[in-house]
Design a protein around this ligand. Structure first.
Ligand code: NAD
Length: 314
């Protein structure tokens, strides 16, 4: 049986319905939750992502507002959003200072990332949420009403894998990926590293590939693989392969991929030759995740609104 392309719009629709039901449950005349995007980079990709987010939010009845600011005013704008009870979620478009030649620029981006209130961090990237993820803690302060927020792109991959039948249907929360091997070619803080931790927390053995190293994530910890471990050797044994290489020329050799593997491309470039890949029996190929990612962003906003802002009139 040849491979198949997975249509993510159907998966996105499930969450669209969930968001519609949540909005319908709000008291009459309650303004919809508001996400503010802080745009201080001249990167056209960030601006188009902001425009695209606005369109999706408006279609789903949520509010989104982009604020364009000079980089020296980001911290102040962020503090205002943190303090404003009418703002329920904040997204900051990076890199801001990371674009400058000095490497210390990215440290300042990290500082900004950690300055977002946990009650408004729709991306789940603050220190509090990152630490919880890497320690496999699902609720803040053990409070069942304070579920931790997870990074949207990584979460979209998890939802897609559930849809593709990779997760066991049994209700055991921590081990539904037991026996599965996954390879993720990307170890950024936004995509690859949180995704590796999430899949390992669910019981998988995860190989996390970066340009110069391969790590093995398993429930309870990670370690660097020995020199004999290669991307080829881990892809060949993987049930799931996620590619996130932000380079046009990068192509994952399809002959490494075994039958029945689920391959997800999160990069904006096509890291895999789809025609060749789909010749492999039983392969499921997900060429892009953006439609599900934006639904995860909306879902995170609604969750934060429900957990922390419901008693405030916006
Ligand atoms: P990044 O530049 O921060 O990280 C890229 C990662 O890939 C790094 O870990 C890097 O070392 C690794 N890498 C680069 N070349 C490699 C190679 N040849 N072999 C192995 N690893 C390699 O980028 P990012 O923010 O993680 O984004 C990655 C891609 O995903 C981009 O194309 C971006 O546009 C896309 N993206 C998509 C979404 C979405 O929801 N659709 C969200 C975020 C990012």
């Amino acid at each position: 049986m040849p491979g198949e392309k997975v249509v993510t719009s159907k998966i996105a629709l499930t969450y669209k319905d969930e968001i519609r039901d949540f909005l319908a449950s709000l008291p009459p005349n309650t303004p919809a939750p508001l996400l503010v995007g802080l745009l201080a980079t001249s990167d056209p990709a960030a601006e188009s992502y902001a425009n695209w987010t606005k369109k999706a939010f408006e279609e789903d009845g949520l509010r989104y507002e982009v604020r364009k600011i000079e980089e020296q005013h980001v911290e102040e704008a962020l503090a205002q959003c943190n303090d404003d009870p009418n703002v329920h979620g904040i997204i900051v478009y990076y890199p801001i200072f990371g674009l400058t030649p000095s490497y210390s620029g990215s440290s300042h981006d990290d500082y900004l990332r950690d300055s977002v209130s946990v009650q408004k961090d729709v991306e789940g990237l603050t220190f509090t949420y990152r630490t919880s993820l890497y320690k496999n803690i699902r609720y803040l302060n053990s409070n069942p009403n304070s579920k931790c927020v997870l990074p949207c792109t990584a979460l979209s991959c998890v939802k897609i894998l559930e849809h593709c039948g990779v997760y066991a249907k049994s209700p055991g929360v921590h081990n539904r990926l037991q026996g599965k091997t996954c390879t993720i070619i990307n170890r950024s803080e936004i995509v690859g590293r949180p995704l590796a931790a999430m899949l390992a927390n669910d019981g998988a053995t995860v190989y996390s590939c970066d340009v110069d190293s391969i790590y093995k994530f398993e429930a309870g910890g990670l370690r660097r693989c020995d020199e004999g471990t290669t991307v080829k050797s881990v892809v060949e044994i993987s049930d799931v392969v996620v590619t996130g290489v932000p380079v046009k020329s990068y192509k994952l050799p399809t002959e490494w991929i075994k039958e029945n593997t689920v391959v997800i491309n999160v990069a904006s470039f096509k890291n895999v030759d789809a025609d060749e890949l789909l010749k492999i029996d039983g392969v499921k190929y997900v060429p892009m995740v953006g439609k599900v990612t934006v639904k995860m962003l909306e879902r995170n906003l609604c969750r934060l609104y429900k957990q922390y802002h419901m008693d405030r009139k916006g």
